[in-house]
Design a protein around this ligand. Structure first.
Ligand code: C2E
Ligand code: CA
Ligand code: CA
Ligand code: CA
Length: 276
């Protein structure tokens, strides 16, 4: 009964699929993963608030399927996780992001960090660290130019195991960022248990941050706490100049958001941010 109930809930939140129900989409996803042709990565810039310089980019997966129309990652990623496809998809994402980073470094030199999102299911693969090592080697990128974004939910799965994997990745030089910070229920205890380099303040806090809003106090506290833990802080979802200015005044390190750019294809990213 429990299962039936959660299924119904999942379905009802995805009602706007129209003719495409979960089963149909799952089948399309299975077929799409065979060639990966209909997938691509978009990149969203991250800029240092103080220096105003580009410091890196986040790779975000897109699925372009003519028969399903645009299905957003918020919908197909959880589905891919459920039906076990996130593992092959995740390796493809990492390969693609690494080879893109290599191409950009060859063009503009290093100094950029490529961020890639990870799902819990990926970390659970027994050969995950080995596969990551292989992909890094094949692409020729410096692992210290890579950042894996995980969420609290990922971290909380099997803490002991997750910790061991994260430490192995860290030993190879890869940075770890805690994504969507502030949305979980045990954020604070996770902070000093995980080998984190960065936290990303969830966009729900940034969205409601304007003159006179309580969110300013919350974000100020998060930034101050992160600083005292020697963590790098990135604000997500910055959409207005006002939000950017408030974050700068707080000494937040970097920001990401539509104000700067939406996630865009590689060629566009290159034209806009890497060619001068
Ligand atoms: P996320 O990791 O929190 O990524 C940030 C999301 O916020 C992206 O949505 C991005 O387009 C959106 N965003 C960025 N700036 C703004 C802004 O200023 N305003 C608003 N309203 N939104 C903004 P997107 O690309 O649809 O991705 C949604 C989620 O799907 C991601 O959330 C991430 O959890 C997941 N995802 C995307 N690509 C991958 C992937 O390659 N692997 C895994 N495991 N998950 C992925
Ligand atoms: Ca992310
Ligand atoms: Ca996020
Ligand atoms: Ca998210």
């Amino acid at each position: 009964k429990q299962l039936g109930r959660s299924r119904t809930e999942t379905y009802s939140t995805n009602m706007d699929f129209g003719m495409n129900d979960r089963l149909t989409i799952s089948n399309k996803l299975r077929r799409a993963v065979e060639s990966m042709d209909s997938f691509s990565l978009h990149y969203q810039p991250q800029v240092d608030l103080n220096a105003g310089m580009l410091v890196g980019m986040e790779a975000l997966l897109r699925w372009d399927n003519p028969t399903t129309g645009g299905i957003t990652p918020d919908v197909f990623i959880p589905l891919a996780e459920t039906i076990g496809l996130i593992v092959p998809i995740g390796y493809w994402v990492l390969r693609e992001a690494c080879s893109q980073l290599k191409a950009w470094e060859d063009k503009v030199g290093d100094g950029l960090v490529m961020s890639v999102n990870l799902s819990a299911k990926q970390l659970q693969q027994p050969d995950f660290v080995e596969m990551v090592g292989q992909i890094i080697e094949e692409s020729g990128v410096d692992p210290t130019h890579l950042c894996f974004e995980i969420t609290e939910t990922t971290a909380l799965g099997d803490m002991g195991h997750v910790l061991s994997i994260l430490n192995q990745l860290l030993n190879r030089g890869i940075h770890i960022a805690l994504d969507d910070f502030g949305t979980g229920y045990s954020s604070l205890s996770v902070l000093n248990q995980l080998p984190l380099r960065t936290i990303k303040i969830d966009r729900s806090f940034i969205r409601d941050m304007h003159a006179g809003s309580d969110h300013i106090a919350i974000v100020t506290a998060i930034v101050a706490m992160a600083k005292s833990l020697k963590l790098h802080v990135i604000a997500e979802g910055v959409e207005t100049e006002e939000q950017k200015q408030i974050l700068k005044d707080m000494n937040c390190d970097a920001y990401q958001g539509f104000l700067l750019s939406r996630p865009i294809p590689a060629e566009q990213f290159e034209d806009k941010f890497l060619s001068h």
